[in-house]
Ligand binder design. Structure first.
Ligand SMILES: N[C@@H](CCC(=O)N[C@@H](CS)C(=O)NCC(=O)O)C(=O)O
Length: 226
């Protein structure tokens, strides 16, 4: 299988959280895959230029877009440990995805976009700035200067610390889909900078270390731009 994976100017730095989710899912299944780096603006390199987004997974049978659809495809078609086994686990993973959208990405995004812009390929700079500024309704510099981003993230992470203080993983003894969804957001940050941007509770930091160790340290070995 081939996973089209978003890269910065340094082609070895892979930042997309949605691509990270798929990489964790492939690793969880023990599936053999290779990644194909693509940059932001050059849509001709995307297997589905109309869609213009990654992740895209190419299998022997089909080309699948969108991380949630890819995860569902892998769960159905690839043998190995399931991502979730009960409806309760599936409901919890829906909760974490919604929590990320409401409580993590709105603060992490403005913190990271300017740093990402500094590290995208020269040919991607204008596209990245324009598309993100349109979405934010402000410049990347204004977004980065939004007051309270770190405070908001720290408050959100107190919530994540509650389950992680009592359980090794969000999936309990073993990681499940929720662990991969949440860790993917942190991999986005880690690809951009390895420096701490805010303080995370100890239970969250310890869980991140466990996640970085999975699959022979696949995520730990991933390169950061800074
Ligand atoms: N809902 C989609 C989101 C995919 C998405 O937004 N991907 C971003 C990277 S994180 C992308 O392809 N960006 C290219 C661009 O901005 O042109 C999924 O889960 O796969």
């Amino acid at each position: 299988m081939k996973l089209y994976d978003l890269a910065l100017a340094d082609i070895d730095v892979r930042l997309s959280p949605w691509c990270w989710l798929v990489k964790f899912a492939l690793l969880h299944k023990g599936a053999a895959f290779e990644t194909v780096p693509v940059r932001f603006a050059d849509k001709t390199q995307y297997p589905d230029p109309e869609h213009g987004r990654v992740p895209v997974l190419m299998t022997a049978e089909e080309t699948i877009t969108d991380s949630a659809r890819i995860v569902a495809w892998l769960e159905k078609n690839v043998a190995g440990e399931p991502f979730t086994t009960t409806d309760a686990e599936r409901a919890a993973s829906d909760f974490y995805q919604a929590w990320l959208g409401a409580r993590i990405y709105p603060f992490l995004g403005p913190m990271l976009f300017l740093k990402i812009w500094a590290n995208v390929h020269e040919d991607d700079k204008e596209y990245f700035r324009t598309s993100r500024e349109e979405r934010l309704g402000k410049t990347l510099e204004e977004a980065a200067a939004t007051p309270g981003l770190a405070d908001n993230l720290e408050t959100s992470l107190q919530t994540l610390a509650a389950p992680l203080a009592r359980h090794k993983f969000l999936g309990g003894e073993k990681p499940n889909l929720a662990d991969y969804q949440v860790m993917s957001a942190f991999m986005w940050q880690r690809a951009v900078t390895a420096k701490p941007l805010y303080e995370a509770p100890q239970a969250v930091e310890a869980w991140k270390e466990r996640m970085l160790d999975l699959f022979d340290g696949y995520a730990r070995k991933a390169k950061s731009a800074e």
